[in-house]
Design a protein. Sequence first.
Length: 256
Amino acid sequence: MMISGEPPGDLSERQLILYPGEQSLPFTDEGVDAFRTASQEGDHKDRLIGEGILLTGLKPGTFAHMTEEWLEREGDRLFVRIPGDRVECTVSPGRRGRTTSGGGYPCKDCKRLRDGYWTLNRTLQPRRVPVPEPGVARFIEAYFATHDRVCTPGTVSHRLEKIGERAGFEKTVSGTNLRMTFGKMLAEKGFSSDVIRQVMGFRDNHQGKVMTQRYFILSEEHENPIYHCGEKTDSGSPCGREVFFPDQTCYLHGQE
């Protein structure tokens, strides 16, 4: 099986609420291997897009607008810094990203919705994402040493679909599948919920914490992060009763 299937039978009703829909499910380990192989068997842009999105969790629209200026190296580790400011969009052909000589025009969405500029989705925040594998990090750097852009968001999504077809996926592969897979990988590696939330770009609020819980539900090795009521008790200490959602109070304090 290449993509995760129906939710496990031992999930609670609250966990089922957060379980992703059919079109958003992550890859299985078999699916990850097949997708990466198909990415590497394509051209240089297939590998950049396929492995790049899988190992950073960026949305296709964000990845499409990446430039060399987003890359930061610290010793042996490469980071992708996603900016919070508006960035002029030049990803549409012009020169199709083959040289560093400039050119290009806004993509369809940036031209229609943002006066020719790209900006981060309002539900997400600027962040710095580490590229976990040195080989992929070097490939990304080498690409941007000779190319000034990736391609349009539509082309990114199209290439993901074609890579998925070559890999043998029966269903259409989307950026959501890759992003969900990356979040699941982080949970299975044992990263804390706060770290995962920051890497995925979710804000430090109720919605951001709830969204992060999905990756723990999908993980086979880790349970949901534990949240506590936190309301002040008669003794003055915070209530330690466990609750499922962040910022939720327990049954006792919820009745007050």
